[in-house]
Ligand binder design. Structure first.
Ligand code: ADP
Length: 470
């Protein structure tokens, strides 16, 4: 089967979060199952571009509304990711260092999708399935079916995977010409709540819709930033498929970001050596349990409650633990986290920014990972932490509910709680501090974590059988 993924992110070319990890890993696993897989993404100016060799495969132009733009498609020469990787270059729009966060993101991603469609329209052999990811590529199912210029693509089955329904890419009707000439009878397939809503359009038009965990799919019928009725209505074509983790990238025995490698049989020594490095670098006390948080400092991740969690833990449990936080996002949260460095007694530190190397070192050196997320479609951090023998403390939501079993339950291995509140998280931290004192139980849980199977194999097969049904 010939599978085409279209995405705004793909690790290691460009990643802002879990979407990048998934699109970086899933194609390789689908290829291992005997499929021909390609990924198309924007050509940002990230370091990957300059470190690899490329062939130009197509040059053309198209309209974005009334403005003409030129685009070039390049392909990585040696398929070093294990699948065909194509980048779309659009000068003036995509040629930037960052993936998102610009005022003209609507124009950037509309132009990207138009360029992909225009190029695909010229392929002699069309793919068997087009798989799009999140709102940046979610207008594609509409374009394939209802834009007059792309009618040749209308018969290709499309799958939309929703990695995060909070972001929908909405824009107003005065930009409706950004969608190339379309059948005006199909206006309802673009619109939701009075505006053009790419994610809503994708859910309506894609042949199948998937979310990255079963529980998240159910939750979206109750709360999905205004899309609840669509999820209710489109249940019949929607499925939850849990993300896996790429063991080639996330393996504490081989991870190139780590100085000290380990597996389940050498976990105690391996983790201690990694913890020592972190504690030395960030001025923390090696003898106390180390709690980490890694992620976007936004409301979805409940990052706003972290400062108070730290203060309340010190006040109510005592200075019996270390905290180390890595992330960037809401400037107010960033400032507050920086501020409490002042009260640190060698037990708190924060690194504001995005740092892939440090994230691996933290998963390896920490004792516990905090994930109090308000919304968590799948969550990869908890999977990485478990793979690296770090016990997750998670709120029971979305993919966290599906992947972490409380240690109080039969065969449990994590700490779970119900609310994204300071009280619930601090109570979880108290349980963790008690567990840390009981070294036998603590080590038994850590070793159990490392051998849990969250590989991609099963999920990759589920996607392929979904395509086959189409
Ligand atoms: P989301 O996609 O909602 O941000 P996920 O848990 O699905 O959350 O994926 C987050 C990914 O991004 C993980 O690989 C995590 O390690 C990484 N990550 C998030 N923030 C940072 C950061 N500041 N530095 C390094 N890696 C980060």
């Amino acid at each position: 089967m010939q599978i085409l993924h279209i995405s705004a992110e793909c690790y290691p070319i460009a990643k802002a979060g879990g979407l990048g990890d998934v699109v970086g890993a899933l194609p390789g696993f689908q290829k291992d199952l005997g499929n021909t897989v390609s990924v198309i993404m924007p050509m940002y100016r990230t370091s990957y571009l300059y470190k690899h060799e490329w062939d130009v495969v197509h040059k053309s132009g198209a309209n974005l509304g009334h403005a003409w733009f030129e685009f070039t498609v390049i392909r990585e020469k040696y398929d070093s990711q294990g699948f065909a990787l194509y980048l779309i270059d659009i000068n003036g729009l995509l040629d930037r260092e960052k993936i998102y966060g610009y005022d003209d993101d609507t124009e950037r991603f509309c132009a990207f999708q138009i360029a992909v469609m225009s190029w695909l329209n010229t392929w002699p052999d069309l793919p068997h399935v087009v798989h799009v990811h999140d709102h940046h590529t979610a207008l594609i199912p509409f374009m394939m079916q209802h834009c007059f210029g792309f009618k040749r693509l209308a018969g290709i089955p499309s799958v939309l995977t929703i990695h995060n329904a909070q972001y929908q890419g909405t824009f107003s009707w005065d930009k409706s010409t950004y969608v190339p000439q379309w059948d005006s009878w199909k206006r309802g397939m673009l619109e939701w709540n009075g505006v053009i809503n790419p994610l809503a359009s994708g859910i309506k038009c894609a042949w199948k819709v998937t979310t990255v965990s079963q529980t998240y799919l159910q939750e979206m019928r109750i709360s999905s930033n205004g899309l609840e009725p669509i999820f209710e209505y489109e249940q019949g074509k929607s499925f939850g498929i849990l993300n896996g983790i790429d063991y080639k990238v996330w393996d504490p025995l081989k991870d190139s970001y780590l100085e000290h490698h380990f597996d389940a049989s050498t976990i105690e020594q391996g983790k201690e050596l990694n913890k020592r490095l972190l504690c030395d670098r960030f001025g923390l006390d090696i003898h106390k349990p180390l709690f980490i948080f890694i992620g976007r400092l936004v409301g979805e991740k409940a990052a706003d409650i972290l400062p108070q969690v730290v203060l309340d833990s010190f006040a109510h449990i005592g200075r019996k633990m270390n905290f180390l936080i890595l992330g960037s996002g809401d400037p107010e949260v960033e400032d507050r986290l920086e501020e409490i460095k002042q009260i640190s007694q060698g037990d708190y530190n924060v690194f504001i920014g995005y740092n892939e190397t440090l994230s691996h070192q933290m998963y390896a050196g920490a004792d516990f990972l905090l994930m109090p997320s308000r919304v968590e479609p799948c969550g990869l951090n908890q999977l990485y932490s478990m793979r690296y023998g770090t016990i997750p403390l998670v709120r029971k939501t979305g993919g966290l509910f599906d992947t972490v079993k409380d240690m109080g339950d039969e065969n449990g291995y994590g700490i779970t709680f119900t609310h994204a509140s300071v009280g619930d998280v601090t109570h979880g931290i108290h349980r963790a501090v008690e567990l840390y004192k009981n070294k036998n139980e603590f080590n038994a849980i850590r070793s159990k974590l490392m051998i849990l199977d969250f590989s991609w194999d099963q999920s990759a097969e589920q996607y392929v059988s979904l395509y086959k049904n189409l």
